[in-house]
Write a protein that binds this ligand. Structure first.
Ligand SMILES: [Zn+2]
Length: 71
């Protein structure tokens, strides 16, 4: 009787693994690496779009909104 072991290839370190606990990654470390790449990429784009003036305007708008909801 032969047992078929299903293996997966980690997209981060390209290692073959069996444990699906952190699938599709081989380990938490590789899952974190992928998350970090994705997060850093999207954060860089978002921070480019918002300059200081826009952040200030956004803050004022939020304050006005908060005052309106109080009344
Ligand atoms: Zn890996």
């Amino acid at each position: 009787m032969s047992e078929v072991i299903k293996t997966h290839k980690c997209p981060i370190c390209h290692k073959l693994f069996v444990d699906e606990k952190y699938a599709p990654f081989c380990s938490k470390r590789c899952a974190d690496v992928d998350l970090g790449r994705w997060f850093n990429g999207s954060y860089a784009v978002a921070s480019e779009d918002l300059d200081e003036l826009e952040v200030e305007e956004l803050g004022e708008a939020l304050e006005k909104n908060a005052q309106q909801t109080k009344q």
